[in-house]
Design a protein around this ligand. Structure first.
Ligand code: PLP
Length: 402
């Protein structure tokens, strides 16, 4: 019998589907504020200069295309260890595995957790994710075999963190040993991050309740700066002796298509690190066997060279400041629109995204009337805005709100 004839069509990815619609839109003044990639003033997602320089060097020096080991390129793993954990955790307590992007890292971490850390009697291990969260968190963790639950995050004003509800949920919902996923910085989709004092309180609850924190670190350098964006993670690591950090270099090195990420698993002892690393490698082996070399080699090359590292930090800072400036310009622009609501709450949001508070109907009208594409939740990719067309954007937004 034929097996494929009766297969049902899967729902298109909400965000990537919007990009398809955007590409098919023939209006010349359309604007894409949906997909989560950085764009420069000319609307291009650029290759960083430090990346180009590292690539030139790699092409010269590369002698083989042989497989990497299952856990990836040693220099890259060491660079990740330094960047994410620095001096805070001794290296014998950290197992690092290179992974294909932050998505791959989350998937490897999920597979490891499902296999190695059992749930309650008879049930799968539960992982608690914020409401809302990056939609793929649910899919990745479910596919890995975990049971996904939620904790409160965004308040009903859709602008600020409902910290009391979040803390109450973390105190009462997960049982000791269960996993709590936290966005280390630049929360996607809301741009709403905890303050330093709130991170401390979160860390205390996690420690008191014996929960296992899994930090998703996909936007380091896009919030307040490279070091500043690691502050929440540092606070958590100060309070616990076991944690997982899934990092991505897609955004902060602009290496989206090269698939560069890592799992950093913190244990309480050198023995636990060795055993955990061996089990992480088993997850990788039966999945994609070993990771791709090129992107990781770029990151390792940049971070091994003082000049390239300086250039990387400068370029990253330029991207960060451009986004901040666009956000400020948008808020100022909206304040000049007669009758438009106050958008200053956007100034507290961090990273590439802002939760605008626009309703699905307003989002729809922006698309139909103006060719401005925004995700249905009202999440705006600020980097997709344009300095030159800010007035046009603001009057369109004011129009659909009014
Ligand atoms: N985590 C979050 C919160 C993200 O927004 C993204 C990308 O959009 C990722 C992880 C994964 O990034 P990538 O797999 O492209 O490295």
């Amino acid at each position: 019998p034929r097996r494929f004839d009766s297969i049902a069509m899967a729902a298109p990815d909400a965000i990537l589907g919007l990009t398809e619609a955007f590409n098919a839109d023939t209006r010349p003044d359309k604007m894409n504020l949906s997909v989560g990639v950085y764009k420069d003033a000319s609307g291009v997602t650029p290759i960083m200069k430090c990346v180009k320089a590292a690539e030139r060097k790699l092409i010269e020096d590369e002698t083989t295309k042989g497989y990497l080991t299952i856990d990836g390129l040693p220099d890259y793993r060491e660079a990740v260890r330094e960047m994410v954990f620095g001096d805070q955790v001794p290296s014998e307590r950290v197992a690092i595995v290179q992974a294909p992007g932050g998505t791959g890292a989350l998937s490897v971490a999920g597979g490891f957790l499902a296999r190695q850390c059992s749930g309650g009697p008879g049930g799968p291990l539960r992982i608690f994710v914020p409401t809302p969260t990056w939609a793929n968190h649910n899919a990745i963790m479910q596919d890995a075999g975990l049971l996904v639950e939620n904790y409160s995050y965004l308040g009903s004003d859709r602008r600020t963190l409902d910290f009391d509800a979040m803390l109450e949920d973390l105190r009462t919902k997960p049982k000791p040993g269960e996993v709590v996923l936290l966005h280390a910085c630049c929360h996607n989709p809301t741009g709403v991050d905890p303050t330093a004092a709130q991170w401390k309180a979160i860390a205390s609850v996690i420690a008191e309740r014996g929960l296992l924190p899994l930090l998703d670190f996909a936007y380091q350098g896009f919030g307040d700066g490279l070091d500043q964006d690691a502050a929440g993670l540092r606070t958590i690591l100060d309070h616990v002796d076991e944690a997982i950090v899934c990092s991505s270099y897609s955004k902060n090195f602009g290496l989206y298509s090269e698939r560069v990420g890592a799992v950093g698993l913190v244990t309480a002892s050198a023995e636990a690190t060795k055993a955990s690393l061996s089990q992480l490698k088993k997850v990788v082996r039966s999945n994609y066997s070993n990771p791709p070399r090129h992107g990781a080699a770029i990151v390792a090359t940049v971070l091994a060279d003082a000049d390239l590292t300086a250039s990387w930090k400068e370029e990253l800072e330029t991207m960060r400041l451009r986004i901040t400036h666009l956000r400020e310009q948008f808020v100022a622009g909206m304040s000049e629109q007669a009758g438009a609501p106050d958008f200053t709450f956007l100034l507290n949001q961090k990273g590439m995204f802002s939760f605008s508070g626009l309703t699905p109907m307003q989002v729809d009208e922006l698309k139909n009337k103006y060719g401005i594409y925004i995700v249905g939740s009202g999440r705006i990719n600020v980097a997709g805005m344009s300095e030159d067309r800010m007035d046009w954007l603001c009057s369109a937004v004011a129009d659909v709100i009014g």
